[in-house]
Unconditional design. Sequence first.
Length: 690
Amino acid sequence: MSEQKERKNPFFFPYNTPHDVVPFDCIRLEDYEEAFMEGIRREDEQIDKIVNDPRKPTFDNTIIIIDDEKDGEGYYDLLGRVSSVFFNLLSAETDDDMDALAQKLSPVLTKHANDIRLNEKLFERIKYVHQHHRKLTPEEKMLLDNCYDGFVRSGALLDAAGKERLRQLTEEASILGLQFSQNLLKENKAFTLHITDESQLDGLPETAREAAALTAKEMEKDGWVFTLDFPSYSPFMTYSTRRELRQQMYMAKNTECIHDNSENNIEICKRLINLRRELAQLLGHKTYADYVLKHRMAGNVRNVYKLLNNLITAYKPTALKEIAAIEKLAKKTEGKDFKLKPWDFGFYSHKLQLQKYNLDAEMLRPYFELSKVIDGVFGLANRLYGITFKENTGIPVYHPDVKAYEVFDKDGSFLAVFYADFHPRKGKQGGAWMTEYQGQWIDRKGENVRPHVSVVMNFTKPTEEKPALLTLGEVETFLHEFGHSLHGMFANTRFESLSGTNVWWDFVELPSQFMENFAIEKEFLRTFAFHYQTGEPIPDELIHRIIRSRNYNVAYACLRQVSFGLLDMAYYTKKNAFTDDIIPFEKKAWEKAMVTEQLPDTCMTVQFSHIMAGGYAAGYYSYKWAEVLDADAFAVFKKEGIFNPATAQRFRDCILSKGGTENPMVLYKRFKGGEPTIDALLKRNGIKKK
């Protein structure tokens, strides 16, 4: 009992860890709520100091203090500190107790944020500074504009009734967004396909069988267990010859959160759409999309639809040919009366790829052993930017799967801490993402506080017989998230709220998608792609096949992304209350981009985290917008040399280190010397001949 009393909450004290990293091994569940409540109290106290400051409001005594909770006297941003840990782990390593605490804290935190943004005295000081300020640097001006606009966009100009309604809308939306994510995680983990008859594994490669056997063993079951996690689901849909089992897996995946149970997300989605529409209209915008796009490169709804429609026009003819070729092979194999269903697409698409290019994801796996891929990706960063990575087992991690690295710049100075979390597990959301436990900023003493960034993925796990062997798609995902992490690690700005990935959302995917380009470059593959058993380098012929097959089904893939963008915009351009049935509305919304059959009893919306629980509502088009940028940027590298250090340094200086300190188009034009065009993307995809 005495030990319990003597124990101190780690969030309240200096961490005393390497680089002041989070002491994950010391944190207990009960620490979070205590730290959140004290963090809120401290922040309220800080706001009171600003509001009651008798001096005339200035940029230095108002805006900087709002942005920077750290006063240089050891008083750190406690609320930011505990929030980063709690909410990152809520996605990467949660359980029922964490979920319950999140539900409890969500309205409290939303109310606190609203209390600040709707504080009239505080806004009066901000408005005064916005109208009367000293000469500011471009970065200071951006901070001031962001601060003022942030308060206006959060309701600072509303009357009392409007402010009260905004509180209600935002508090309800925060709870529902959280519930959406928790329902999806529970539904995803609830389904398993348990096989005990080995004949039902027909067609599956050895890696998939071994992984399923390991999952079964972990669940203390006989035979093989397949889940809806991507490393299990995708190979099953690609290789299994058992059509009825493919159908079972497909329907389980595509009916998540529409069942008649407590995890049904349909009404949650409807409510979120209406909450956001009402919030936007309360703030003077016609639709939620209009509200969002005011702070995006696209600028308005018209430009988003222009991009999506241009892509449909350019890619749909090719996509229809791609689908027809797959259907032709299926009928040739199964008979002319065979009707291709969605659970057949991956299977026959793979067979056609084998026929055309003699290429298969399983052929490449032996050359993509995870530890070697890590070496390759780190080596690429070293070659481009001169940075180095050193694993430090003394840095605490939140799960044994996680690796922690110190990152050093080309001059040997410390640059960042980098965490990598590679494999799926029970308490982890699906997908892949980059996040931070500490952002970068320059403190009042002039010290450049370096970031702690993390990439979280769901890659193929090692088995008892084999190390983790990745697909080329997983290598591309690693490069993608690593690109985001470089954006964070290279951050070099004065203010934390403008550093790293704190940029407009249709610009944030440029650094990540840019890195994917290297995945099929021979010179890059040669640095790490060695057979995990023989040590032989990946053969030139196999690399040639990878390059030749690069654009296989590229038009279908493009239209799939466009369809998601259309669905997103359909929901968030609604001017009136959304009362439609979600499932038929979804089918109609993306019909223009569809080239395959849509089943009436499946639904994407209820598991579309990006636009329901993430930050991509009215912004999913950003992936295609950024793809135009990344193709255009990589064309510069192709012209000047893909490993040209001068080009890489320019990319770092103009884009990666600048965060959100300037308008993204200004940053991009500074790198390239002109605006981007769609030509490079069309040429890369083979849609436009070079």
